[in-house]
Design a protein around this ligand. Structure first.
Ligand code: NAP
Length: 258
């Protein structure tokens, strides 16, 4: 029997990252999983113990070295997180800002580039990067949050990964939902066409649990290698929706390049 695939998940105490760690841990014969996170307390709170976690900060690339040593695959699930400033006033849009020193240029671009370079130095063979739909739209509302241009920086990092020469899978999710996975038909696209023109006007969203499953399947399925795609889901009760179970067929609909 082949040895389990050694995988590091960054952003492992984040909402989707933790789901990926859980799913990988459920298959110990297939995966040997490590998490990378900033806070031992948060890791212990989420997982009961910080075992198999490495702690550091993607702004300090040297903290990634031990975590990536002898790893075959890297799942990047770090992200800058805009924080609402004060209580929203009636009739006014809430104000958002990023934590000092943590704007998207630093976290979503430089921080992802650092992870890709560290992975390359460690001999990692495959990187799965979870990003966001909307990166082709400079005027997307998320870009103005905290004046961070978050989708623009995420897309630049995706291009850096594609140009790196390491096998890649770029998953650009629609709006993330905290709902059960495995109950929806998943749809893939490219260049934000699903965002501009969703079939039957469905919401352009997808449960975090389904994104996590797509990450796991991408680690296993050769048809996911060197592909970048947008990902949304049909609502559970959409007429004619068929729950996605054939991930090879899903990945075969996706294409290489940004
Ligand atoms: P999340 O919960 O916001 O997690 C982000 C993770 O990044 C956290 O674990 C955080 O660590 C980590 N992180 C941030 N800065 C770091 C640093 N300097 N060093 C190490 N780790 C750092 O993520 P999510 O909401 O599940 O989203 C997953 C991905 O999907 C993100 O790329 C997000 O932008 C994208 N996306 C989101 C939406 C949406 O609707 N929200 C839609 C589409 C795509 P801590 O745990 O310590 O905070």
């Amino acid at each position: 029997m082949a040895a389990p695939l050694s995988v590091l998940v960054t952003g492992a105490t984040g909402r989707t990252g933790a789901l990926v760690v859980e799913k990988l841990r459920q298959r110990p014969q297939t995966f040997s999983v490590r998490g990378f996170a900033r806070s031992p307390e948060k890791a212990a709170q989420r997982f009961g113990s910080p075992d198999s976690f490495f702690f550091g900060d993607i702004r300090q690339p040297e903290t990634l070295t031990a975590a990536l040593s002898a790893c075959q695959a890297l799942v990047i699930l770090t992200s800058a997180v805009p924080q609402m400033q004060g209580a929203p006033q009636p009739g006014q849009r809430p104000n958002f800002a990023f934590a000092p020193g943590e704007p998207p240029e630093v976290i979503d671009y430089q921080g992802q580039v650092s992870q890709i370079k560290a992975a390359q130095a460690a001999g990692v063979e495959h990187i799965v990067l979870v990003g966001s739909m909307g990166g082709t739209q400079a005027d997307h509302p998320l870009n103005s949050l905290g004046d961070g241009k978050i989708l623009i920086w995420k897309r630049k990092a995706e291009q850096f990964l594609i140009d790196s020469g390491i096998d890649y899978t770029v998953i650009r999710a629609g709006g993330l939902l905290d709902q059960p996975g495995g109950q929806r038909e998943l749809l893939v696209g490219k260049d934000d066409t699903l965002l501009a023109n969703p079939p039957d006007g469905i919401p352009t969203s997808v449960p975090r649990a389904d994104v996590a499953e797509v990450v796991v399947q991408a680690l296993l399925e050769p048809a996911a290698r060197n592909k970048a795609f947008d990902l949304i889901s049909k609502p559970e009760d959409a007429p004619g929706a068929a729950v996605t179970s054939d991930f090879k067929a899903l990945f075969e609909q996706t294409t290489p390049g940004l």
